[in-house]
Design a protein around this ligand. Sequence first.
Ligand code: CLF
Ligand code: SF4
Length: 290
Amino acid sequence: MRNTYEKLQKSHPCFGGMRNNVGRIHLPVSPGCNIACRFCDRTINDVENRPGVTSKVLSPEEAIRILDKALKLCPQITVAGIAGPGDTLATGYALETFRLVKKHFPELIKCMSTNGLLLYEKSDEILEVGVDSLTVTVNAVDPGIEAKLNDGILYHGRRYAGEEAAEILIKNQIKGIKRVAEGGTTIKINTVLVPDINGDHIEEIAKTVKAAGAKIYNIIPLIPQAGLKNQRAPGCAEIDGARITAGKYIDVFRHCQHCRADAAGMIGGKDYGDVLYQRRLVGKETFSHG
Ligand code: CLF
Ligand code: SF4
C-alpha cells in the first residue's frame, strides 16, 4: 500500500515538517539524460555539486548494498530516493533499483525525481513498483518560455528543438502527472526560478500542476552556469515572492537543500556520501533534481 500525502507529511523529509527526525539517501543509478536544460552542465565527476554531477554511478545491485550500509550508519533514513545524476526514466536502472528496494527494504519510502519527458509512457511501471513520491521538474507550462530554458529533447530516437521540443515535454509532463497522481503517488513539482525568463510565470505553473494533481511545490533558485551563465540568479525577495504566489494554489516546500544525486543522511545534517560512495571534494553551492 503506497503512502498517502498525509502519511508522507509525517515520514518524508521533503514533504512535511519531519526533516529533523528522518533522513533520505539518494542512489545515483541513472546515467544519461534525454533533454537539454540550458542551465545544466552534465559532467559526471566528483568535485562539483550539480544536477548531472555525482561521484559515481552505481548498478542497481550495488545500490542495494550501499542502502544496507547506509541504514546501519544512519537508521533515521526513511526514504530511498533516486534523483539522477541524469534522468531516472531515460534508462531502466531506477525502476529496476526500486524493484529491488521493494523486495529487500519494503518499509522504505520510494522517492523518484524526473524531468517528465517519459512520465506518461512509464506511468504504469512507476505505479507498479510502488513509487510513493515523485518529483517532476516543470520549469514552464508555456512552450515559448520553456524553449528559452531548454535546448531540446531526444524522444523516441528523434531530436526536437525549440518550441516543438518544449510542447512535447510539457504535454508529457502534465499527462504523466495526472496519470501517476490518479494512481496514488504523491507528486512534488520543482521549478528552477530564472527571474528574467520564468519569473512572471510561476502562478501559471502552480495553477496548472495543482489542477493536474500535484500536492507540493518547490522553487529552486537558478545557479547561473552552462547556457544560462549570463542570466541572473533570483534574490531572496524574488524567491519569497514566487513562493507566496505559488502558495495561493499549492503547498510550498521551503527547506530544500539542493541535494546531490548521491546525498545520504539527514537533510541539512551530516552527509554520509563520503563514507558510502568514494571520497568527494567539497562542491560549490548548487541546486539539484531532488
Ligand atoms: Fe530526494 Fe527529492 Fe525525494 Fe527528497 S531530496 S528525491 S524529494 S528524498 Fe528534498 Fe533534497 Fe530538496 Fe530534493 S531537500 S533537493 S526536495
Ligand atoms: Fe540536466 Fe537534469 Fe535537465 Fe537532464 S533533466 S538536462 S540532467 S538538469
